[in-house]
Design a protein around this ligand. Structure first.
Ligand code: PEP
Ligand code: MG
Length: 908
């Protein structure tokens, strides 16, 4: 045998184990592990992820040939463990076939249940079980699933109806029944007959009756589903490589639909929404697993406490709850006790919150799956900190358990309390994924994308969602569904995305044709505003203002812990005292970039600025600048005050001058009047300032070098502000930064202006203050000659926005025209303006840091491009030895955590 392609498990034995997830997929590895630790799992086998690749390389026939001997043996193993025979009429073994990739991809790929049934086996199984309804119900489900998935009958266009669903609706209508479970045995037989006729009509083939033929079809269909559109989209979103492939798990069937002592469900060892240490989940009596996830029937709670909370939200009395919606703890107490014991065992074993699927077949409990549960950002923090407190994991593990980007959710908006109190609650659903969202109603995923592109926030309203809706969900602010429970597709996927979601709002009447949603007589149309509270399940009419979230104690503790381990400091990019204050609250220890441009744009300042630019000579410019000086000084005072005791890097004016001058007639006339010159003169000047390529034009220190008056004025404003604050007892640590340096002399000229101006200010004010003069490194030439520049510059701040632009030669402003195609074709893996290109741009950062420190060992180096708040880029900055990263205020906690993880990952 060249290599092992099949790994068996069952009855406490397994060829695989948990750490083999790359080969066996997450599900396969955990099925093996559960066997090894004594959790009851139906016996089966896993075909490795490597075979998926072989399938794409060698094709179906060759792969079947390669697999045959091992699969045959593995089937025999199951047969001996369950004492039944695959394809046998009298004592048949039925199996399930499921996908299972290395990383969990919920609902993305296909599953086939009840495989092995045919017309003869059905009769045999009826004789064996004595349960005619159950057998025919299983058969009709199998034919439908097999037809949809393996024979390709599931409509590609989602407007089209599944042919099998159409038949079910017809049979129900003909027989005057509403629910599937009201169908009689005769109805079910009729369904199978019609299903098979539909298969023949649509594919020209007879439905396969040979068990092995069915099995190979299903295995290959799972491999095919690795490349279906929704799986590809999901992988793109989650950054999962296509080469990984999926494993296939084949297991003996256990049935949750064998009557009232059978059930199926999904459960979590802790709350995936808020992290509370509370076992929870949902189950359905007499159902198969797909019914829970698909949201076809609304399931009931597993625990009494969960059930009571649910009833309270739904306004159901305790008596009614007990009578009609009992929890599993009440309805099946012994099985519940076993389930509870095993879920704890699994959590203890994996030392993390588990997401589990189970089936009860005639009173016997089986686990079908366990995995580390997906969770919201809030739950991620709480569970990590709780497990730390419980002594289950270490501080280092706790820090590594939180994905930095997930912190975004904790920092994201909640409803403004006042606005919320005035808003009208339309209805209530389940609090499926927390947060607040407000947006315009849309009913279809495609429309959501269009609306989003047009700049509108979107709320996607659906009866229920399916994996086809993924792209629409990704661009929506929030998701609202009329059906489905807390483990429905909408709920699970929204939580994974960290999006607000309310599911199962049963009072909604969604009319896709009319594009309306009605609640208690209120009709809302597509485009109307709607607001959702994913933490309470409330749905509000209209637009409800949101506000930033409060951080809780767990979050604060996590941040403290991050600082304990990190070396890299985190500063912020802030241009206003308000932003500086927010960032400080988030733990920023200084400002790494204060862009001064915006300070010139408001009110009187823009007029004086325009006057300066339009002036003919230095004298006119100095006069205009003297009008700006007091404003600048006050701006700086506000910022330095907010950052009392922390360093503040103020960057001198950067953007091209044409951005400041008026391009409209009225604006030009106003300037002409103000300056007492003709409008033609103004227009000539405006035209003269126009550049073919402003990004590479008269900006950055080229401005300060051609108009040193600007540098003088800004230096004066900064240092005067600091000296005045010094008298008020504020500790200012100013760092003056020259933008867009490419040549040492460009910097040197500016430095001279800065230092001379400083001396003048100090003499005039009869006081001094320490300050540093440094530069942005954002032009490749500056990085290449960093040793020369560092001979004068006291600090470097990498402007990786411009550095990326100039290293790739991609215009920052125009990349959108080709980026999507580049990403699609995998020419680029990610947008280099979001994630630092470590191989190219990163090399320049590393080299410049080393070269700079060769001549100035204490050279302070930081980064202030957008990458400063992106986790993988932050980790790179740590490895290169930068002193700090600087990012927008709301990304400060993300960068702090990433900085700590960088240390921990290094020591691994
Ligand atoms: C940069 O180029 O990375 C930078 C921070 O400056 P700006 O984005 O203002 O050009
Ligand atoms: Mg720049």
């Amino acid at each position: 045998m060249d290599k092992k392609r099949v790994y068996t498990f069952g009855n406490g034995k397994a060829e695989g184990k948990a750490d083999m997830r790359n080969l066996l997929g997450g599900k396969g590895a955990n099925l093996a592990e559960m066997n090894l630790i004594g959790v009851p799992v139906p016996p089966g086998f896993t075909i490795t992820t490597e075979v998926c690749q072989e399938y794409y390389d060698l094709g179906r026939d060759r792969v079947v040939e390669l697999l045959k001997p091992e699969v045959g043996e593995a089937i025999k193993n199951i047969e001996s463990l369950v004492n039944a025979k695959f394809g046998d009429v009298e004592n048949p073994l039925l199996v399930s076939v499921r996908s299972g990739a290395r990383a969990s991809m919920p609902g993305m790929m296909d599953t086939i249940l009840n495989l092995g049934l045919n017309d003869e086996v059905v009769e045999g199984l009826i004789r064996k079980t004595g349960n005619e309804r159950f057998v025919w119900d299983s058969y009709r489900r199998f034919v439908q699933m097999y037809g949809d998935v393996v024979l390709g009958m599931k409509p590609v266009n989602k407007e089209d109806i599944d042919p099998f669903e159409e038949i079910i609706e017809k049979v129900k209508a003909e027989n005057g029944v509403k629910m599937d479970n009201e169908l009689t045995v005769e109805n079910l037989k009729d369904l199978v007959r019609r299903f098979k006729a539909a298969v023949k009509a649509q594919t020209g083939l007879d439905f396969p009756s040979c068990a092995y033929e069915q099995l190979w079809g299903a295995v290959m269909a799972v491999f095919n589903s690795w490349m279906n559109e929704r799986a590809i989209l999901y992988r793109k979103m989650e950054g999962i490589p296509a080469e990984w492939g999926t494993a296939v798990n084949v297991q003996a069937m256990v049935f949750g639909n064998m009557g009232d002592t059978s059930a199926t469900g999904v459960c979590f060892s802790r709350d995936a929404g808020n992290g509370e240490n509370l076992f929870n989940g949902e189950y359905l009596i007499n159902a198969q697993g797909e019914d829970v996830v698909a949201g076809v029937r609304t399931p009931q709670e597993i625990t009494v406490i969960g059930s009571r909370r649910w009833a309270e939200r739904a306004g159901i009395s305790e008596e009614e709850r007990k009578a009609n919606y009992p929890s599993m703890e009440e309805a099946m107490p012994e099985i519940y006790a076993e389930l509870n014991r095993l879920q704890q065992k699994l959590e203890d074993h994996y030392r993390d919150m588990q997401d589990m699927e189970f089936t009860v077949q005639e009173g016997k409990l089986w686990f079908l799956q366990t995995r580390n549960g997906k969770r919201t950002g809030r739950a991620m923090v709480k569970i990590a900190m709780d497990l730390l407190n419980e002594g289950v994991i270490t501080e280092q593990e706790a820090l590594l358990r939180v994905e930095p980007n997930k912190l975004d959710e904790l920092l994201h908006p909640v409803f403004d309390k006042k606005a919320q109190s005035m808003a009208r609650v339309l209805t209530k659903g389940l609090p499926a994924s927390p947060g607040a969202a407000t947006g315009r109603i849309t009913f279809f995923a495609e429309d959501a994308a269009k609306m989003h592109e047009a700049g509108n926030p979107v709320i996607l309203v659906r009866l229920e969602t399916s994996p086809e809706d993924l792209a629409g969900m990704a661009v929506s602010e929030g998701i609202l569904t009329a059906r489905g429970g807390m483990t429905s597709h909408a709920a699970v996927v929204a939580r994974g995305m960290g999006k607000c979601c309310v599911s199962g709002a049963g009072a909604l009447i969604v009319d896709y044709k009319a594009r309306t949603v009605e609640v208690d007589g209120t009709v809302l149309k597509e485009g109307d505003w709607l607001s959702l509270n994913g933490s309470t399940g409330e749905v509000y009419e209209g637009k409800v203002e949101t506000k930033a979230a409060d951080m809780d104690d767990d979050f604060a503790r996590l941040m403290e812990l991050a600082d304990k381990y990190s070396r890299l400091k985190v500063r912020t990019n802030a241009d206003t005292p308000q932003d500086a204050a927010v960032a400080r609250k988030f733990g920023a220890v200084g400002i790494g970039l204060c862009r001064t441009e915006h300070m010139f744009f408001e009110g009187e300042k823009i007029k004086a600025m325009r006057e300066m630019i339009l002036s003919e000579d230095a004298e006119g410019r100095v006069k205009a600048l003297s009008k700006i000086l007091p404003y600048q000084k006050e701006d700086f005072k506000g910022i330095f005050k907010a950052m009392d005791g922390f360093p503040v890097t103020v960057r001198l004016l950067d953007p091209p001058l044409h951005e400041f001058v008026p391009h409209d007639l009225a604006g030009q006339q106003a300037m002409a009047d103000q300056m007492g010159v003709s409008i033609q003169k103004i227009q000539q000047r405006v035209e003269a300032l126009c550049e073919a390529n402003p990004m590479l034009g008269h900006r950055g220190c080229r401005l300060g070098n051609t108009y040193p008056e600007i540098t003088e004025m800004q230096t004066r404003a900064i240092l005067t502000a600091c000296l005045e604050l010094k008298h008020e007892g504020v500790v200012c640590l100013p760092e003056i930064m020259v933008p867009l340096t490419g040549i040492l002399y460009e910097f040197q000229e500016q430095e001279t202006v800065i230092r001379n101006t400083a001396e003048k200010v100090f003499t005039e004010m009869n006081d001094r203050i320490d300050f540093k003069v440094g530069t942005m490194i954002e032009i490749p030439r500056a990085a290449l000659t960093a040793n020369r520049i560092a001979s004068r510059a006291e600090f470097f701040s990498f402007g990786t926005n411009d550095l990326t632009q100039m290293t790739f030669g991609y215009s920052r402003d125009d990349i959108a025209s080709f980026l999507p195609i580049y990403l699609d074709k995998k020419i680029l893996k990610v947008d280099p303006f979001q994630v630092l290109d470590q191989n190219g741009v990163g090399q320049l950062v590393r080299m410049a840091t080393e070269k700079g420190r060769d001549v100035r060992p204490d050279l302070k180096c930081g980064i202030c491009g957008e990458h400063g708040g992106e986790p993988s880029s932050v980790k790179f900055c740590h490895r290169v030895g930068l002193n700090y990263v600087s990012c927008s205020p709301y990304r400060v906690p993300i960068a702090r955590l990433a900085a700590a993880q960088a240390v921990l990952e290094e020591s691994k």
